[in-house]
Design a protein around this ligand. Structure first.
Ligand code: NAP
Length: 300
């Protein structure tokens, strides 16, 4: 099976490239090789490439910048995925498109299921939701394109971390290595999700016979950013890393005066559908973080 990854230089895209190398016939385009804001270029590059599954891990992910540049956000996060879906339709290929917990407003206090209504509270969330709809729309397509579109998969993930690009957890570890005090938000909840685990789960959905639609994936459990950071430091301490600060202090969402976009307070994703489809329960976020730190920090 030929897998093509768009956004191959990002946190998730680079992890997928690495994890699938050797296991699948995998190729990728990073941002410099393919700019999703140029639809002609997308058609030109992908039209001339052979693939069975196209994975779109590219997105305009800077949540605050999206607020200031809505046209760019919608072009990359909503319109480009429509073009990708159309190309897949023409090639009878499957599109796997990543989306986000930020499509929800965060008002719920139990894990969000795929059936819960999305109600984004930021331009980023709105643009990503529009992208989901464009990927899954069957509208005025031909019968064969509709059949292909029914197989397209939108995978929503949350709080993604991994070795290929620094994220919240790496920032916290760095600060704890350099500073006597570290703090993190206590009143915002979701689930950290390891790119390695996303790669493992995703390959179960490459088969074109597997039904498409929306699917949530995250590691198991939930936490605040403060709990997440504290666990990361506990793991680093156990791994023998030298830390100037071993305790993460508390701060609150209202302290984030420099944030432009609103963020959902609670955005835990239910993975019940994933478990029902595969019979597999994701490992806990604590196990995933511990694994990441053992693999990528303990030898540093
Ligand atoms: N990170 C998270 O916590 C998180 C949470 C929920 C959902 N997600 C979703 O997961 C997916 C992957 O995100 P990620 O964490 O891997 O983010 P990332 O590291 O920011 O990766 C996104 C990639 O897209 C590229 N990109 C941006 N604009 C582009 C354009 N116009 N044309 C082509 N490529 C472009 C970026 O390149 P440059 O860096 O060169 O701009 C980057 O390589 C996205 O769909 C995101 O919405 C992420």
């Amino acid at each position: 099976m030929k897998i093509l990854i768009v956004g191959a230089g990002g946190r998730l895209g680079a992890a997928l490239m690495r994890e699938y190398h050797g296991e699948h016939d995998v190729a990728g385009f990073n941002h410099a090789q393919l700019d999703l804001s140029s639809f002609d270029k997308i058609r030109e590059k992908l039209g001339g490439t052979d693939f069975d599954v196209l994975i779109n891990a590219a997105a305009f992910t800077n949540v605050d910048l999206c607020e200031q540049q809505p046209d760019r956000a919608f072009r990359i996060n909503a319109e480009a995925p429509r073009v990708l879906a159309e190309i897949c339709g023409e090639k009878n290929a499957k599109l796997i498109h990543f989306s986000t917990d930020y499509v929800f407003d965060g008002e719920k206090r139990a894990p969000y299921t795929e059936e819960d209504e999305a109600n984004p509270i930021s331009v980023y969330g709105e643009s990503k939701l529009a992208g989901e709809k464009n990927v899954l729309a069957t509208g005025d397509r031909s019968a064969s394109a509709k059949a292909t579109a029914d197989r397209h998969l939108v995978v929503r993930v949350s709080w993604v971390f991994g070795p290929d690009r620094s994220s919240f957890i790496d920032g916290m570890i760095k600060r704890a290595q350099e500073s006597e005090t570290v703090d993190a938000i206590t009143d915002k909840f979701s689930t950290p999700t390891y790119t390695h685990d996303v790669a493992k789960m995703l390959s179960q959905f490459f088969d074109s016979d597997v039904e498409g639609g929306i699917l949530h994936f995250a590691n198991a459990g939930r936490c605040s950013w403060q709990e997440y950071a504290q666990w990361a430091l506990d793991c680093c301490d156990k791994a023998g890393l030298s830390l100037k600060s071993k305790t993460v202090g508390a701060c609150s969402l209202k302290d984030m005066a420099n944030w432009i976009a609103r963020r959902p307070v609670y955005s835990v994703l239910s993975t019940a559908k994933y478990t029902q489809l595969t019979g597999i329960s994701p490992r806990t976020w604590r196990e995933a973080v511990a694994d990441y730190i053992t693999r990528f920090y303990s030898k540093k």
